[in-house]
Design a protein around this ligand. Structure first.
Ligand SMILES: CSC[C@@H](O)[C@@H](O)C(=O)COP(=O)(O)O
Ligand SMILES: [Zn+2]
Length: 232
């Protein structure tokens, strides 16, 4: 491991700018905790800052993250430039890396939202590995994808692939990468009985997409309870 000398490594997580990734990941996770997205150590977020990938530790309370808890990986060499003692990097790291490598993402979020989980269960009951919904205004909050401009329109159908859960988070890597290839315009992948991975070109796009999706998932569950169909 080619870690930087201590002062250089500490400089990677020392900034008064609240939008510096070392500060921003903790702030995002505190926000996500209030939605119930990252409770009980589940879920998390990662940010790419030039050639530096910022990652949280594994198995810690994500709402308590401090800048000094952060791992920093060199994107090109995949070596850690900064490793907090004792801690291990998030088990989501290979999944976050897939979003950076396959989609040139600037931020990737993983939530254990109960609405996302419920939607995967309803799709399972219907024998489907794709969540589909249409004719909701909030669909306009979802980016149309790298091969298109802007966001989906009101008359576009939202489709999100669902992959099956595995015993260990890191074992989701191959199926997530496959889903990204099969669905070139998707900005998210649902994980059955587990949650969702959402990415964007930057933090704002990943976060607002995640919020729009969660709104849609909650609505979808309530629609199902009322006997209303998601698509015509
Ligand atoms: C409630 S434990 C959840 C973890 O196994 C995993 O699913 C997760 O999302 C977080 O992994 P972590 O390694 O703590 O970043
Ligand atoms: Zn998880």
């Amino acid at each position: 491991m080619s870690t930087l000398s201590n002062p250089e490594a500490e400089a990677l997580v020392t900034s008064t700018d609240p939008h510096h990734p070392a500060n921003h990941i903790g702030e995002l996770c505190r926000n996500f905790y209030s939605h119930g997205w990252v409770t009980g150590t589940g879920g998390g977020a990662s940010i790419r800052h030039g050639d530096h990938i910022y990652l949280a530790p594994s198995g810690v309370q994500k709402e308590l993250l401090r800048p000094t808890d952060m791992f920093v990986m060199d994107y090109k060499t995949k070596e850690y430039l900064r490793k907090p003692p004792v801690l291990k990097p998030s088990a989501c790291t290979p999944l976050f890396m897939a979003a950076y490598t396959e989609r040139n993402a600037g931020c990737c979020i993983h939530t254990h939202s109960q609405w996302a989980v419920l939607v995967t269960l309803l799709c399972e009951q219907a024998g489907s590995d794709v969540f589909e919904i249409e004719r909701l205004e909030q669909i306009k909050g979802i980016p149309a994808g790298p091969t298109k401009q802007g966001n989906l329109g009101y008359f576009d159908k939202l489709r999100i692939p669902i992959i099956e859960n595995t015993a260990h988070e890191e074992d989701l890597k191959d199926s997530l990468e496959q889903a990204i290839k099969t669905w070139p315009d998707t900005g998210s992948v649902l994980v059955r009985r587990h949650g969702i991975y959402v990415w964007g070109k930057d933090v704002a796009q990943a976060k607002t997409q995640c919020e729009s999706l969660d709104y849609i998932f909650q609505l979808a569950v309530e629609m199902h309870k009322l006997g209303l169909k998601w698509t015509q």
